[in-house]
Design a protein around this ligand. Structure first.
Ligand code: GLV
Ligand code: MN
Ligand code: MN
Length: 425
């Protein structure tokens, strides 16, 4: 792969990122591409257009996931699949998800450009709705592709509209009844390898001057609740002395301090664990002069270990029970949403490391803190690996950034891995 070709690929990728940015901007800040919303639809249409220009085969499954195929010499062989998601969190960054889509498209562009015909089909997938921020459910596109969504999932409500996920899917032109079918939309045995490129979303790679690209060692799972409640008693803030209060915000403060202490202890004894309560709303009547009688809150516990997730969730419930008794409040938990942790395929990860060596790109092993559609496929036995690219200002915020030079390094590892997959040792 020559320098000249690398430059051409960078221009191609820049154009795709810029074109999509132009129609993804949130009116206030960042980008907002809601899964099954009009902007995500536009992303799919835009990528389809490139598929036509590059003469790729196009398929949209019943859940709206897009597949673009560069046919291989032997069409009976299981394919090499790559891709990611086209949606974003509300007022998020441009690269979470989209980087993996553009990397796959750039790799296909590259193969067309050098007239490379792979041994087996190379497929770019653009998953629908990976982000849980809109309806509370993560990995919706890949779960639909693998026949794993439930009626309860489709009944989840939009974060700030009176619309269910099923209604959003219908509005985007897809039939929720069909989406609930239990047979996968594609034959999973027909995927020999799946590699998703993604920005790291954390600071590790960006702190390195040598390794700007990582090969993922495992993907954290999570236990989440979208909207739990702490219910106390709403009362006059001046007229009720401390011993008579059942203040829901104070109870939540107590809970947070205790859980933060436990978290430190668990980390100190070597457990992999992150814990977030990011949604925190007092009741509609809350005001300066009112003792808060209700708090709605979310829970997000993540770990590479299922056992840690189960135990920390139990500990949280136990803390709630104690605080409820101490403070005369009540905790109500909504449905537990589970994303399974996942392992990467060691042989495929070794192949990626070798591809990086061939391309002369330094890489380092790195775990994935964030969740990805890759986890869904890995847990169904598809050999999966991920490539991480350094990025700035984290992710799930409008200030997320990524340098195109770093993106091209990751994309070159991806393209090299695909193009050398069938080469003899
Ligand atoms: C995916 O965006 C996640 O929340 O990990
Ligand atoms: Mn995300
Ligand atoms: Mn993502």
């Amino acid at each position: 792969m020559t320098e000249r070709l690398r430059d051409g690929a960078l221009d191609f990728a820049r154009q795709v990122f810029d074109d999509i940015y132009a129609f993804s901007q949130d009116p206030v800040i960042g980008v907002s591409r809601q899964g099954y919303g009009p902007i995500e639809n536009k992303v799919h249409e835009y990528i389809k257009d490139w598929g036509r220009k590059l003469n790729l085969e196009e398929k949209v499954d019943r859940a709206g996931n897009l597949f673009l195929t560069l046919p291989g010499k032997n069409r009976d062989l299981p394919c090499y699949m790559t891709g990611s998601h086209g949606d974003s969190v509300p007022q998020g960054g441009h690269y979470d998800g989209l980087a993996g889509v553009v990397a796959g498209l750039t790799a296909l562009w590259w193969m067309r450009h050098v007239h490379f015909q792979p041994e087996r089909d190379v497929v770019l997938v653009v998953f629908r709705m990976e982000e849980s921020s809109w309806f509370g459910k993560a990995y919706v596109g890949s779960l639909a592709m693998t026949g794993q969504l439930t009626p309860e999932d489709l009944a989840l409500k939009h974060r700030n509209k009176d619309q269910t996920l099923a209604e959003a899917m219908r509005e985007a032109g897809f039939d929720p009844k069909e989406i609930l079918r239990k047979d996968p939309t594609i034959d999973l045995k027909h995927i020999a390898a799946f590699t998703e490129l993604h920005i790291e979303q954390g600071p590790t790679l960006d702190s390195r001057s040598k390794e700007r690209v990582g090969i993922v060692t495992g993907i954290r799972g999570n236990f989440r609740h979208k909207a739990c409640k702490c219910i106390g008693v709403t009362a006059h803030s001046g007229a009720v002395n401390k011993e008579f209060r059942h203040d829901a915000v104070m109870a939540m403060g107590h809970l947070l301090v205790n859980m933060d202490k436990h978290w430190d202890e668990w980390l100190a004894r070597g457990e992999d664990l992150v814990f977030t309560m990011g949604v925190f709303k007092t009741g509609v009547s809350s005001a300066i002069a009112i003792i808060p009688g209700e708090v709605t809150f979310s829970i997000d516990i993540r770990s590479l270990s299922r056992d840690t997730l189960i135990r920390f969730h139990k500990l949280l419930e136990a803390e709630c029970a104690v605080i409820a008794t101490d403070r005369g409040v009540k905790f109500e938990f909504d449905r537990l949403l589970v994303c399974e942790e996942a392992s990467v395929d060691p042989a495929l990860a070794a192949h990626l490391t070798k591809a990086a060596k061939i391309a002369g790109i330094p890489v380092m092993p790195i775990p994935s803190g964030a969740g990805h559609d890759s986890a869904v496929l890995a847990n169904l036995g598809v050999p999966v690996t991920m490539i991480f690219v350094a990025n700035q200002n984290g992710s799930h915020n409008p200030h997320e950034q990524m340098k195109l030079e770093d993106f091209m390094l990751g994309t070159e590892v991806l393209a090299t891995a695909i193009m050398t997959y069938d080469q003899k040792e």
